[in-house]
Design a protein around this ligand. Sequence first.
Ligand code: TXA
Ligand code: MG
Length: 347
Amino acid sequence: MNTKVWKVDKYVDNLESNPHVVDAAHFLRENEVVALPTETVYGLGGNAESDEAVAKIFAAKGRPVDNPLIIHIAEKQQLNTFVTEISAKAEVLMDKFWPGPLTIIFKKKAGVLSEKATAGLETVAVRMPDHPVALALLKKCGLPIAAPSANSSGKPSPTKAEHVIDDLAGKIAGVLDGGSTGVGVESTVIDCTETIPVILRPGGVTKEALEAVIGEVTVDAALTDPGAKPKAPGMKYRHYAPNAPLIMVSGTREFLQHLVEEKRQEGLRVGVLTTEELESAYQADYVLACGRRADLETVAAALYETLRRFNELDVDIIFSEMFPQTGVGDAIMNRLQKAAGNKIITE
Ligand code: TXA
Ligand code: MG
């Protein structure tokens, strides 16, 4: 399949009539799959009402079929067609954070969406992305769009159209190239079917921000205990992994440097994942700075691209610094721990 690349400037007006957006919407209505930019990461979109389209999403990504997709909408009223009830807390969250990087789990109305999209669950995950190109595409096609991150399953999520092309060229109808995404890590997933809502995946909206508007929020046990079974099926898989083994290092920079030297003495080529502040402090084969530690949002924005850059280097092992688990640091550490398969060395 020839994968089309449609470049779209997200700042121009009237994107709904942009010929590339119109073209992409046409493919979606024909049950083909296209990648689209969102404010978090690129998504691989398909008609959520169509088994055929949803099967193409799973096939292109090589995604396990028990891992349900997030349904993307452009207008709140679309919810009424496929959700049975909307709690008061969910209403408050939608008013405050939509469009934006928050995915809400609702009870599902049967018989509307493809069962493959929700992996047969009785609930459905929904979000309204805060990206002009995504919103224009959703409005133009008029369908609820199922969209997981547009990477091959297991790889770091794509934050640029080039990453999508690297993973999925030839397997999808096209990609709308709207430049780099903003947040850089995926949406927060919150289950609002419980009286006290539960965070299933930390992401672009922090726990602090959620609690400021709806009061107490809990966190799925699997996020702190790697032995517990996660409530979001996707959280049980190893994800985001670069090709070389990645190890988190809890300790001083001298300790991390010492680990680097040990491995180099064994003849391995060693990479270090740090931030701009300490880029020149380490001696290793490759030292990559991922944003600025003083501003964790820059670390989130650069995280997946940095993990992908290691794949272009001749590296045998990567050591990464840890980050404070406050604000978006929670999502950064969650993704790094997954990328590392929970391998951590403590001083
Ligand atoms: O920022 C994002 O959320 C991006 C962009 C493209 O919107 N999408 C994304 O989708 O990250 P994906 O498929 O990579 O992750 C969806 C997560 C998975 O962990 C999945 O198991 C969980 O949401 N999920 C989906 N439906 C669910 C449900 N009904 N109950 C529990 N977890 C659900
Ligand atoms: Mg994903």
